[in-house]
Design a protein around this ligand. Structure first.
Ligand SMILES: NC(=O)c1ccc[n+]([C@@H]2O[C@H](COP(=O)([O-])OP(=O)(O)OC[C@H]3O[C@@H](n4cnc5c(N)ncnc54)[C@H](OP(=O)(O)O)[C@@H]3O)[C@@H](O)[C@H]2O)c1
Length: 207
């Protein structure tokens, strides 16, 4: 699959490494331009390419948002990702590290409104990047869980396959609104590495 990743820092860079290793082609962008990503793409090998933001959005059959949520300028133009699976790995932190108060909304619902017509899935947002980088497991019984939320089962299935391909287990938390709430900062599922059994029990307690 061609995967575009917008934001090439801790999370974007870690996902890029996993996706390339799993055999995907990855396009990466950041705020400073492709030249600043030369070292990273060199280390990722021939299946990774540095691009501008719009090029990343066009390149990806699936596009991952891995920039700060507080920077809406990082989002692609909606027409470039309309109809595509867009994975929101972002959390709504201010520059000071405080969780931004969105009233009754979840951050992914706000993203969905900003990117109408996309097949939005919230995933990869609950796990600390270092855990994501280092805790891949071949043995499916001991895998750590990555949670996925969204309104379209087929889109969640694609993202769940990606999760499995990179050595984690996927657990569906529900719709973008309710599942997204279960995955947001402050939830028991957030930043709490769990295996499948623990994740299912924790989710059960929230439903
Ligand atoms: N760190 C974690 O463990 C973790 C875990 C789960 C989810 N997340 C979420 O993932 C997102 C990224 O976090 P991170 O820790 O990876 O941050 P990071 O290391 O600071 O990387 C942020 C990336 O976003 C890019 N970026 C910033 N503003 C942009 C803009 N206007 N347009 C395009 N790209 C822009 C940055 O590019 P430049 O460097 O060129 O500015 C950088 O490549 C956040 O929403 C965070 O909440 C983080």
């Amino acid at each position: 699959m061609r995967i575009g990743i917008i934001g090439a820092g801790h999370i974007g860079g870690t996902l890029a490494r996993h996706f390339v290793k799993a055999g995907h082609q990855v396009g990466l962008s950041n705020s400073r331009g492709p030249g600043s990503l030369a070292g990273l793409v060199r280390s990722l090998g021939p299946n990774a390419c540095a691009m501008t933001g719009p090029e990343t959005a066009k390149f990806g059959e699936l596009v991952v948002l891995a920039a700060p949520w507080r920077e809406p300028a990082a989002l692609p133009a909606p027409d470039l990702v309309a109809g595509k699976i867009v994975v929101d790995a972002m959390n709504p932190y201010s520059a000071d590290g405080e969780v931004i108060d969105l009233g009754g909304d979840t951050s992914s619902e706000v993203v969905a409104r900003r990117l109408p017509g996309t097949r939005l899935v919230k995933a990869f947002n609950t796990m600390y990047y270092h855990t994501l980088a280092t805790e891949t497991r071949l043995d499916s019984d001991s895998r750590l869980v990555i949670f996925v939320a969204g309104d379209e089962a087929a889109a969640k299935a694609v993202v769940s396959r990606l999760v499995e391909q990179i050595g984690f287990a996927a657990v569906d938390t529900g719709s973008l609104r309710e599942g997204g709430r279960r995955q947001q900062p402050g939830s028991p599922l957030y930043n709490a590495p769990m295996n499948l059994q623990q994740a299912r029990a924790a989710l059960e307690a929230l439903i």
